[in-house]
Write a protein that binds this ligand. Structure first.
Ligand SMILES: NC(=O)c1ccc[n+]([C@@H]2O[C@H](COP(=O)([O-])OP(=O)(O)OC[C@H]3O[C@@H](n4cnc5c(N)ncnc54)[C@H](O)[C@@H]3O)[C@@H](O)[C@H]2O)c1
Length: 257
């Protein structure tokens, strides 16, 4: 039976890069997105129709997810689920109202839970793995509170799956990207064309990650090389969460930082 990888939010830049990378280890990659036209274009751009399949689905809808799982079963057995769909609505707690809080949590935390439920039986059969795309925002405060709280919850959901479903051979891991230049940044980049240059000084490597950097980490975690790794959150953040050189310079009064 064909091995299938499912990537949600795959019309976006990170999702598309993950879909391309997972085609190295899966027979079929399903690009799931609420924007089916964009997902279809992404699938066409990536390769042949028998290897890259686009399906429309709002991952916050349990009914749509149930229909999605039934359709995907027709392509083969799901070995890898990547919960990548995500977005943030408000930058500060001051700007966050109840509706924004609920919507950000629905997309960034509840949807990965519902997706996992929709594919858990298939993953038991394949002894497959789930990779949840969290964020450095789930590890420390960098703005976007409702989104960040949901991404922190997603790291915990990853551990919950790892611990309870490990007995079925299912692994669950999270990837926490730092800044990646994608369409999600368009508004901020338009407001300040220097936003990425300004951000780089906070990163140990003095650069931001690419979508391919994230895809490589997902590929590793989904494969046999990571067979003993479950319940972890792997930052792919060019050292952002390791520490701040500028602060270390102030604290230590050493020019070596
Ligand atoms: N870009 C960054 O700097 C960055 C940093 C850390 C984490 N992330 C995370 O990486 C993931 C991908 O981010 P990106 O920058 O590629 O975003 P993006 O906006 O480029 O892509 C997100 C995709 O998700 C889809 N989507 C939104 N709501 C959906 C829904 N209800 N159902 C199905 N699909 C839906 C969108 O249509 C879009 O194609 C997200 O989870 C994001 O939080 C991104």
């Amino acid at each position: 039976m064909s091995s299938v990888a499912v990537v949600t939010g795959a019309a976006g830049d990170i999702g598309r890069a993950i879909a391309l990378r997972l085609a190295d280890s899966h027979d079929v990659v399903v690009l799931v997105d609420i924007d089916v036209v964009a997902a279809e274009k992404a699938a066409r751009d990536l390769g042949p129709a028998e290897r890259f399949v686009a399906l429309g689905c709002d991952v916050t809808s349990e009914a749509e997810l149930a229909a999605l799982a039934t359709r995907i079963a027709g392509f083969g057995l799901v070995h890898t689920l990547v919960n990548n769909a995500g977005a943030a609505r408000a930058v500060s707690l001051h700007d966050t109202d109840g509706d924004i809080w609920r919507k950000d949590n629905a997309l960034n935390l509840e949807a990965p839970f519902l997706c996992f439920r929709a594919f858990s039986e298939a993953l038991k059969q394949s002894q497959g793995s789930v990779i949840n795309i969290s964020s450095v925002n789930g590890m420390a405060v960098f703005g976007h509170p409702a989104y960040s709280a949901a991404k922190a919850g997603l790291i915990h959901l990853t551990k919950l799956i790892a611990v309870e479903y490990g007995k079925f051979g299912i692994r669950a891991n999270a990837v926490a990207p730092g800044t990646v230049r994608t369409q999600a940044w368009e508004v901020r980049a338009a407001a300040n064309p220097e936003v990425f240059e300004e951000a780089k000084r906070w990163y140990a490597l003095r650069r931001i990650a690419t979508a391919e950097d994230i895809a490589n980490a997902v590929f590793f975690l989904s494969g046999d090389q990571a067979a003993a790794i479950t319940g972890v959150c792997l930052p792919v953040d060019c050292g952002l969460t390791a520490g701040q050189a500028e602060l270390a310079r102030t604290f230590s009064q050493s020019e070596h930082y």
